[in-house]
Design a protein around this ligand. Sequence first.
Ligand SMILES: *Cc1c(COP(=O)(O)O)cnc(C)c1O
Length: 410
Amino acid sequence: MANDLFNSFMTGPDEKGRFGEFGGRFVSETLMPLILDLQAEYEKAKTDETFWAEMGDLWEHYVGRPSPLYHAERLTEELGGAKIYMKRDELNHTGAHKINNVLGQIILARRMGKKRIIAETGAGQHGVATATVCAKFGLKCVVYMGAHDVERQAPNVFRMRLLGAEIVPVTSGRGTLKDAMNDALRDWVTNVRDTFYCIGTVAGPHPYPAMVRDFQSIIGKEVRTQMEKAEGRLPDTLIAAIGGGSNAMGLFYPFLDEKEVNIIGVEAGGKGVNAKMEHCASLTGGRPGVLHGNRTYLLQDDDGQILEGFSISAGLDYPGIGPEHAWLHDIGRAKYVSITDVEALAAFQKCCELEGIIPALEPSHALAHVMKIAPTLPKDHLLVMNMCGRGDKDIFTVAKALGFEMGEFA
Ligand SMILES: *Cc1c(COP(=O)(O)O)cnc(C)c1O
């Protein structure tokens, strides 16, 4: 294990932004000065108490943190094994964990004097969070979104418009998230002086994966304190869904050096991790390559062409995974599994019926894995799953998958 003297899992990345052989900074010469500027500003902010005081104040009064750690009593009873807790990040303003990170990056942008914020979005959740914080601070917001996604995600497109953002439909490539990220990077190079690129997950060139992880780590830090209060000890197992991997990294990171804590990431298995690649499981079904400025596991064909991926959950269909996860996977510190659409849908329904919580389809994948393993674990086993988003955005997808027609709702 390439690690430091203290054998800690929390010291990465190295000065080149690498987690083992993953991560790094694969960008054009023209982007380098921008990236170095950002890195310098972030290094300063990291140890600056006024930065964290501002974050803490907004987390509390604007986002609604800390989010509760909730004992899911009926689900625990039904499964008959491990004691199940949910970290309720779906209660955050804008309905998911994304805003934890967006606030951090926008405060940095303000410190750097940048007045124009650009972002990429797939399902639209990161775009909505970015448009929200830009509205709050009176910043111009431009969101790149694949043309195909603009059509599929009409409610989020309208939300962003209401919040004052400009949406740029991307028609290059296949018009999805990957292409939107490429166009956002191109915009950044062209508008060097006034623009800040706000990335929505633990991907992109260094320092983004580490910076986004640090902002999302508020999730895991709160869980440590809350579990200590509830049970007087650390949890035994942590479970989170993975698109790019930011909510998972946020939960996992503060526990990486607690060797007795099991860590499990859940990828989207779509129709099954098969040869036809009808899934989004970059780790369990992909191989290493370079995308969006970093080296990581990717969904690709034999010629190295990036594949689209498939999942019932729009927020999980990113063709890569954050480089730190790739590293944690290779060194064996975290385990990665996949869950199919059918399994996620069943978990979604159980959660509604037993807990009165309509989860997003993304954390429904994490919950489906909880349902698989909880019955095999003893009653004193403390299991925490990250409920990283609420399901309002997904009800139409779920209705369709369950075979309901609009008229039948009444
Ligand atoms: C965006 C999103 C995800 C996927 O992103 P990560 O970076 O993997 O966390 C998962 N769940 C929800 C609710 C999301 O909005």
